[in-house]
Design a protein around this ligand. Structure first.
Ligand SMILES: C[S@@+](CC[C@H](N)C(=O)[O-])C[C@H]1O[C@@H](n2cnc3c(N)ncnc32)[C@H](O)[C@@H]1O
Length: 238
């Protein structure tokens, strides 16, 4: 996402310091300790400007939601939103999804939300997709059996590629849809999703559940079908 540089970024970040975790490694394995009202921990990767973050936290006060975003100019908008609403069950990390295992203990997270992540369309960049096998194995180590990845995107080739990876890595797929809002709005929409919905762009969604067969360990090796080209070709034939 190309973000315009925010004026006064540093003072704005400082005003929201109460919700920004600067040393997440120190909380590894004990995120819920300072939040007695919360019974489970959820993670949102790439929260952008935080529309989904704030709405989910308001809807689920007994969930501690940790939102990860690597671009400070987006993060500050999300943090200001949450602070303005007085939400107490959201924390933010200015960090990269690659570092999650330094920050969270195995089995500590019960749900991971990945909403409208960057598609990285070139094959040589496929490893950066947040649904690439190396990321899926990392998520599998952080979730207990029964834990879930909730994935939404408008990008059909990325969606099909992700389904292939999830299936091959032993995740159980549920609630799969290629047109989430076919019969009217469903669930909490993200900022990107609200824009796409207003343009009648179809939203794809799946919930992937970790099972005893989900691959957690080892090197995923060469990517399966790194190219999104086949999926693009299928799309253009529809
Ligand atoms: C296309 S935007 C979507 C934002 C929001 N989820 C939405 O749906 O409105 C993707 C966001 O993910 C963030 N992002 C991409 N890769 C990331 C990574 N590896 N770790 C943390 N954030 C990431 C980007 O900075 C960007 O803000």
């Amino acid at each position: 996402m190309r973000m315009r540089k925010k004026p006064n970024l540093l003072p704005r970040l400082e005003r929201c310091a109460a919700v920004l975790v600067s040393a997440p490694e120190a909380l590894r394995g004990k995120w819920l300790c300072g939040h007695p009202a919360c019974t489970s921990l959820a993670l949102e990767i790439g929260c952008g400007k935080g529309g989904f973050t704030a709405a989910l936290a308001a809807q689920e006060p007994d969930t501690l939601l940790v939102a990860v975003e690597r671009v400070p100019d987006a993060l500050v908008v999300a943090m200001e939103r949450v602070c303005a609403q007085g939400l107490r069950n959201v924390l933010f990390l200015n960090s990269d999804a690659k570092l999650l295992e330094n920050q969270f203990a195995p089995g500590e997270i019960c749900r991971i939300f990945i909403n409208f992540c960057d598609p990285w369309p070139k094959s040589r960049d496929a490893k950066h997709r947040l649904t690439a096998p190396s990321f899926l194995r990392s998520y599998a180590r952080l979730l207990p059996i029964g834990g879930e990845i909730c994935f939404k995107t408008d990008n059909r080739p990325l969606f099909e590629w992700s389904l292939l990876q999830l299936h091959a890595e032993g995740w159980r797929l549920r609630e799969l849809t290629y047109d989430l809002h076919a019969n009217g709005p469903v669930g909490i929409m993200t900022d990107y999703e609200t824009k796409f919905y207003s343009q009648s762009v179809k939203i794809h969604r799946v919930v992937a559940e970790k099972t005893a067969n989900t691959v957690c360990d080892g090197d995923p090796g060469r990517l399966r079908n790194a190219s999104l080209a086949d999926a693009y070709a299928n799309q253009s034939r529809e």
